[in-house]
Design a protein around this ligand. Structure first.
Ligand code: AMP
Length: 564
């Protein structure tokens, strides 16, 4: 008898979620709950308050969204929201609303994101028609409460997501004011990546006998983590497939396993990698035993060199020749990282663990470092120029080989005829071009934006990497990290048309700083990092918050790594 591997939402079924939710999760390709979901969902479904320490990437959104949707009343139209989720930023409001939409699809859940900068008319209309869940930034929520357009009398649940960020952004008073408007018998959930005293204070005031959950508290016992080289790359989501392809080109693994979160991601990535010329095979819980056996056969025989898999499907697999473990997303908990990476570097063999993290997930890398007691070096994704240089180097090496070993006499006539007309050097150049192009050196032209973490798990590579838009700016202080400087996060970047001079202009215009006192500027797609003298940081933050950059309001705060 073969094990039924297709019944893969069983992990969620154990949580006694309603069938509509199970269907939605299965449709999304989720195979099992993440650790935080496994821990948080049962007490939340019992109605307990909860205080959770968890960073982005752990699956915390579903950990609170599923219990909300579980509790949602679907018979009879309710006018007022049953749950309010407070989040620090507009991006997160949109993201959390989308997650609720996906999970609540079959329940007909009505979700409304509310944030500043969006026309209020649309929000008013939606609120009038009735919504089940409001996901809001505190400022705009309070605005609606004041106008009487957001009524919280019927609220069953209040969730604070990324509470530390909200406090950092100065929302403490707004949050207190919002709590005043909510019923006393509500259920309250607070998630935060860090637990500074202010968060504990807030929890003491507003949570009743909460269940406490912390991801990554335990550290792995020595010997549990095999000796592997651990590296990470910070890559915006849209560029992950290209980045992975390039990293694999450089690493050239004998055999690698690439871990994805969901079934859909496994299928998509397998297709992408095959399109790029790799021999990749998919393995996930939606596949039958026979299919799995075939895939494993191809991997063992060397017909395939990459296995793209979910955790569930890869459980219990032992692949002898495995050299690389790649986390296409940060794992949802450090234990899962340890488990995945444990597949390489055994029995004295060399092993490599590579993790792709999105900018928002960098905190998870720190947690993993702490738990595994091993450093993770943040590397720079090879650039188009790196790749070209490497391909040329390969062509040069092939030519060198041929010059040493081959009998080239029969080609002499070609060179001789051509040298009647051209210089030998020119003929050689043309021949190299032909050889280079014939080697299949792919023209990978996609520039992957650099998102360097200022003081990430490892600072190496930061100064060289830079994303440096401002020429000599960096060099003034050489490679000293921040001599009395503080790095600020500004929530607008290249895609908003931001250039270094816009930031310099805005800062110089809103503070007493002159352009020359502003340090390194790094601009990525979605945000920018700017170094300013620490003594002027507060002034700059306040000034920028009160104004616009290129005509738009942007989040401005201390960059997270510096905030501690
Ligand atoms: P979060 O930490 O809530 O931002 O979630 C991180 C990512 O994990 C999101 O892209 C979710 O869609 C995904 N995710 C959450 N829970 C699961 C799960 N149980 N299985 C697979 N993916 C998940």
């Amino acid at each position: 008898m073969t094990l039924n591997t297709t019944d893969d939402t069983s992990g969620f079924a154990d949580l006694a979620l309603r069938p509509e939710l199970l269907r939605a999760l299965s449709g999304l390709g989720y195979e099992e709950p993440t650790p935080i979901q496994r821990e948080a969902i049962p007490p939340l479904m019992e109605g307990r308050d909860l205080l959770g320490q968890a960073a982005t990437g752990t699956g915390k959104t579903a950990a609170f969204a599923l219990p909300v949707l579980q509790r949602m009343n679907t018979d009879g139209e309710r006018a007022e929201p049953m749950a309010l989720v407070l989040v620090p930023t507009r991006e997160l409001a949109v993201q959390v609303s989308e997650a609720f939409h996906h999970y609540g699809r079959d329940l007909g859940a009505r979700i409304l994101p509310i944030y500043g900068g969006q026309p209020i008319g649309r929000q008013l209309r939606a609120l009038q028609q009735g919504v089940d869940v409001v996901v809001a930034t505190p400022g705009r929520a309070l605005d609606h409460i004041g106008r009487g357009t957001l009524r919280l009398d019927d609220l069953k649940m209040v969730i604070l997501d990324e509470a530390d960020e909200m406090l950092d952004m100065g929302f403490a008073e707004d949050i207190e004011a919002i709590f005043q408007e909510t019923p006393d018998d509500r259920q309250t959930v607070l998630f935060s990546a860090t637990m500074p005293p202010r968060i504990n204070g807030m929890a003491r005031r507003h949570l009743t006998d909460p269940v406490r959950i912390e991801i990554g508290r335990e550290t792995a016992a020595p010997g549990e983590t095999p000796l592997v080289r651990q590296t990470a790359y910070v890559v915006p989501r849209a560029h992950k497939p290209a980045a992975l392809g390039r990293i694999l080109d450089v690493e050239a693994p004998t055999a690698a396993i690439v871990f994805c979160r969901t079934r859909d991601e496994v299928d998509q990535l397998t297709e992408t990698l095959n399109g790029r010329g790799y021999r990749a095979e998919a393995l996930h819980g939606g596949m039958g035993q026979e299919q799995r056996d075939r895939v494993m056969g191809r991997l063992r025989s060397g017909t395939a060199d990459l296995l793209v898999a979910t955790d569930v499907a890869a459980r219990g697999l032992d692949i002898e020749q495995l050299t690389h473990v790649v986390n296409y997303d940060v794992p949802s908990a450090p234990e899962s990282y340890v488990h995945r990476v444990g597949r390489v570097g055994r029995a004295g063999r060399e092993g490599v663990a590579i993790t792709l993290a999105e900018p928002r997930e960098h905190r998870m890398l720190k947690t993993i470092e702490r738990v595994t007691k091993r450093r993770i070096i943040v590397e720079k994704v090879p650039t188009v120029a790196d790749l070209r240089a490497r391909q040329l180097e390969l062509t040069r090496a092939s030519l060198h080989e041929i010059l040493l070993e081959d009998d080239l006499e029969r080609f002499r006539v070609v060179v001789e005829t051509l040298t009647d007309e051209f210089d030998v050097m020119e003929v050689a150049l043309a021949a190299v071009k032909l050889a280079h192009e014939a080697s299949g050196a792919a023209a990978d032209e996609e520039e992957i934006p650099e998102v360097s973490l200022a003081a990430g798990p490892d600072r190496r590579g930061r100064r060289e990497s830079g994303g440096r838009e401002s020429g000599g700016r960096d060099q003034r202080r050489g490679s000293t990290p921040t001599g009395g400087m503080t790095r600020l996060f500004i929530g607008a970047g290249r895609s908003a048309g931001i250039r270094p001079q816009d930031l310099v202009g805005a800062i110089a215009g809103e503070s007493r700083l002159s352009g020359r006192e502003i340090g390194a500027i790094e601009i990525s797609d979605r945000f920018s990092l700017v170094e300013v003298p620490a003594s002027a940081a507060d002034e700059v933050i306040e000034g920028l918050r009160g104004s616009t950059i290129k005509g738009r309001k942007a989040t401005v705060r201390r960059e997270r790594y510096n905030a501690r």
